[in-house]
Design a binder for this molecule. Structure first.
Ligand SMILES: Nc1ncnc2c1ncn2[C@@H]1O[C@H](COP(=O)(O)OP(=O)(O)OP(=O)(O)O)[C@@H](O)[C@H]1O
Ligand SMILES: O=P(O)(O)OC[C@H]1O[C@H](OP(=O)(O)OP(=O)(O)O)[C@H](O)[C@@H]1O
Ligand SMILES: [Mg+2]
Length: 281
């Protein structure tokens, strides 16, 4: 039985559910459901606050969970990343009034508001800066205007929230985050988690890649393969046409039009792109 923690709200909740659905698991029908039992997949999904997920997983009561890399680090829980999930991308950054600070070392002796005290304190210790960390639950951008802090450390995605309150990022990003699958540190993956990983990898590949099919003159095959090397090598089959072969390979969805242009230029014809619905590599 796979027991998995899933964010019940916030920035990762919807995409996490979509991913699990595409991987064939049952998801919840309404937001009040706290546990979903899925006997067909021998799985139980526990809907928990994103911030708590690493804590549960670190205690070893669940096989794994989906949370943000920043929250995993922030928790300090004995949990580790198994697979990055390709959504919920953000950076964790310092921000303040425009022109007030230029680098983390300017923050010595100042007040920094954040909801990620674990992550911030570790970073300040790493760079050797002593500052006062003010813990807030959210909406930390307002802390400067209300005189509670001189700077903030928070999640930045598009930067819209910061712009709206006239703040600017400064210094190097503290961390780059995205949604990740995690498990307890130092213990082997359960069979259920192993199966989940294989399914999720399949979904992520199906999202990132498309299938390309084309016909080309046999003497051009080396050039063609260098353009479409595939993942484990392309399939090259004889064509019922003297001197021609058919090629099938996986190519990245992003840039597939350029690949088609390059194949056309070396004489490929009947070039087709199709979606991959599901795969297991
Ligand atoms: N605007 C965003 N874009 C992308 N990822 C985000 C964004 N805001 C938060 N995240 C990520 O989502 C994860 C969970 O954060 P979220 O803000 O959803 O949780 P929370 O603060 O506990 O919930 P809430 O804000 O509902 O109280 C974190 O890993 C964070 O990096
Ligand atoms: O750069 P942006 O695209 O504007 O996104 C970043 C904002 O999103 C999150 O806020 P959330 O809605 O989770 O509120 P919170 O701060 O109360 O957690 C985060 O804390 C930032 O405020
Ligand atoms: Mg939030």
């Amino acid at each position: 039985m796979l027991r998995l923690a899933v964010p019940n709200k916030g920035a990762l909740a919807e995409s996490a559910q979509t991913l699990l659905k595409e991987a064939g698991y049952r998801i919840r029908k309404d937001t009040k459901e706290l546990v979903v039992v899925d006997p067909d997949n021998s799985c139980e999904l526990f809907f928990l606050r994103p911030r708590d997920i690493a804590v549960y997983v670190g205690e070893g009561t669940l096989d794994g969970g989906i949370t943000g890399r920043d929250m995993l680090f922030d928790s300090g829980a004995p949990a580790e990343e198994v697979l990055p999930l390709g959504f919920g991308g953000s950076t964790f950054r310092f921000a303040a009034k425009q022109g007030e600070f230029t680098a983390v070392h300017d923050l010595s002796g100042r007040r920094i508001a954040t909801s990620y005290t674990g992550l911030l304190e570790k970073h300040l210790a790493d760079v050797g800066v002593e500052a006062r960390v003010i813990k807030l639950d959210g909406a930390v951008e307002t802390a400067i205007r209300l005189g509670v802090a001189d700077a903030i450390a928070d999640v930045v995605e598009t930067g819209t929230t910061l712009r709206n309150v006239g703040l600017d990022v400064f210094g190097e990003p503290i961390m780059r985050s995205e949604a990740v699958l995690i498990k307890q540190s130092g213990t082997p993956r359960s069979a259920g988690l192993d199966q989940l990983v294989r399914r999720l990898e399949g979904v992520l590949v199906a999202r990132d890649f498309v299938m390309i099919d084309y016909d080309i003159r046999a003497e051009q095959i080396d050039k063609a393969i260098s353009i479409t090397p595939g993942i484990e090598g392309p399939t090259v089959s004889p064509l019922h046409r003297e001197g021609w072969v058919a090629v099938r390979a996986m190519v990245r969805r992003k840039g597939h039009q350029q690949v088609m242009d390059r194949l056309w230029e070396i004489g490929a014809r009947a070039i087709f792109i199709t979606d991959i619905y599901a795969c297991r590599l």
